[in-house]
Write a protein that binds this ligand. Sequence first.
Ligand code: NAG
Ligand code: NAG
Length: 222
Amino acid sequence: MRTCLLYCIFFPASLKCFKTSSPTNLPQQKTNYDIYREQLELQRRGIPLWIPESNGSSSKIYQRTGATIGDVGIVTPFGAFSYVFNICLPRDHPSQPKNLPEDFKPISSTPMDIQKFMEFKSGSHLASKTIHKISNDGRSTDFIFETDASEAAILMLPEGSVAHDLENIPQIKAYAASNIESWYRYINGTRGRQAKNGEIRLVIGCDKTTSWGMAVIDSQER
Ligand SMILES: *[C@@H]1O[C@H](CO)[C@@H](O)[C@H](O)[C@H]1NC(C)=O
Ligand SMILES: *[C@@H]1O[C@H](CO)[C@@H](O)[C@H](O)[C@H]1NC(C)=O
């Protein structure tokens, strides 16, 4: 699948380290991803990802498909989806981790009814309500947007996107409810994450695209 980055705001190259000195309680500044997520969550299409491409250290097969229905994982503070395992795949599938809990059994009793349709056509965008598209004369491939707001965000979909949605949700909810404790034990324990209550996610739908562009407007005086 082609993934090309069109317009993008990159984080400055940075080192992510533990603080070793005593904490000084600096006020926390909003990151670009905080703004992007707050703004696009209002569109009610789930959790906006700031890093939509697949994780380069995951298995080749997972990199090809990316996040899919049935994935269990955590959305990182940097806006990537950190995949842990998938509840629809058998234990020995190459996308599954080797050390799944002993009692792991995939949800196999009911077939997943998944609908897929091209929801956004080529050249669509998803943006804050305060953003207006002011130009695209049909011939040019440039898009110009305008806003008066101090905070806003846009996701541009030059080739459109396909929505994947699970339809039979009650079964998967019941399966999750009876396994959630063991998932937290596995993810916090064996996998060494620090997932607080509510942070472990089970994917029931996603919007997939082959190319995208993102922008954040942040002109707040701080
Ligand atoms: C990326 O993949 C590696 C290897 O599977 C995994 O350990 C890591 O948690 C993943 N990170 C994210 C953000 O997906
Ligand atoms: C998992 O770890 C986090 C961070 O240490 C903690 O806040 C949370 O309560 C733990 N959750 C469970 C279910 O053990």
